[in-house]
Design a binder for this molecule. Structure first.
Ligand code: 8YV
Length: 328
């Protein structure tokens, strides 16, 4: 008799090709109507599943994990960020956690570059004007933005995504500066012609554009605090495609309202899907609904990684994308 397939509970709708393969390989329970799971549904899922496949919209905290059944051995996250999973509780319970790095790097970097262009060049504001039928025609001083060529970009977090952003930005004529826990390899620094700042405060005070690319951990929560945001120059822009929690959203909003910084491009928010309503009133911001990795190719590749992580784990091997709390 064929061995019993593991029960894999997938919390949200994934690309069709991935769901089909899930059904072939495992005893998969899918979420066809894609409603975000309630706390009660998530609790029920961890009680029953051998493998849970959550996303950023599931809060897999200590309380939820305390109710997990003894057969839950793997949380194969669909996504790179794992700040919604209590890694310490998972470890205590002997549950392996995996994620999907690498495959969303280029898409997220593209979206970051799009925001770096969109905010200073007033793309969204112009588009809204045309749609509203309020465009009165071309004028020599009409809707001028700011040039990005020749400006300084300060990247906070020079991991895979930070470096992919740096490569693109260099092509657009921005000079690359960065702050990171560790200085990157000299060869990468040379390729990117990047300037390293050990002091984040020092870098912030000198940049034209700041882009955030680090994971959300207790150490990076409100990394851009009210105090640090005050260090920025009034003509500078802030872009965030990582996690909303890295920036004090209220402080950022107040500074934008008072024009203490020039603008912001935000793909992520502190209390998603809620957005500070005062941000909605500002023309100096471009707001996106967490689209960084939202390409069919990227989401399919992420799903492939989830499948591989589950399969290797079930076959008794160490899955390739194991997340260790010490890696964060
Ligand atoms: C994903 C992301 O769409 O992977 C991440 O960390 O932020 C997004 O690009 C999301 O997390 C999927 O769970």
């Amino acid at each position: 008799m064929a061995p019993k397939k593991p029960l894999v509970i997938v919390t949200r709708k994934l690309p069709d090709a991935i769901e089909t393969r899930m059904m072939e390989l495992f005893d998969a329970r899918l979420n066809i109507d894609d409603h975000p799971m309630t706390k009660a549904e998530l609790t029920e899922a961890v009680k029953q599943a051998d493998v849970l496949v959550p996303t950023v919209t599931d809060r897999v905290d200590a309380g939820i994990l305390a109710q997990a059944g003894s057969n839950l051995r793997l949380i194969a996250n669909f996504g790179a960020g794992v700040d919604h999973i209590d890694l310490a509780s998972a470890r205590q319970r002997g549950i392996t956690v995996t994620n999907t790095p690498d495959v969303l790097t280029e898409d997220t970097a593209d979206m970051t570059m799009a925001l770096i262009l969109a905010v200073p060049r007033r793309l969204a504001e112009g588009e809204r004007l045309v749609r509203a039928g309020r465009w009165g025609g071309w004028g020599p001083t009409f809707m001028m933005g700011h040039r990005i060529w020749g400006k300084r970009l300060g990247i906070i977090g020079m991991g895979r995504i930070g470096q992919a952003v740096a490569r693109r930005a260099k092509g657009f004529g921005l000079s690359i500066h960065y702050h990171n826990r560790r200085r990157v390899h000299p060869e990468i620094e040379a390729e990117l012609e990047a300037t390293y700042w050990e002091s984040l405060d020092q870098m912030l005070a000198r940049m034209d554009v700041i882009s955030v690319h680090c994971p959300h951990t207790p150490a990076t929560y409100h990394l851009l605090s009210a105090r640090r945001l005050k260090l920025l120059q009034p003509h500078s822009y802030v872009v965030n495609t990582s996690r909303g929690e890295l920036i004090d959203e209220n402080a950022l909003t107040r500074m934008l309202q008072k024009r203490e910084i020039a603008g912001a491009g935000l793909d992520v928010f502190e209390h998603e899907p809620a957005v500070n309503p005062k941000l909605l009133e500002l023309d100096s911001v471009v707001l996106l609904p967490h689209l960084g990795s939202a390409t069919i190719e990227g989401r399919t590749d992420m799903g492939e990684k989830v499948l591989i992580n589950i399969k290797t784990h079930i076959d008794g091997h160490s899955p390739p994308d194991r997340v260790l709390a010490s890696m964060l």
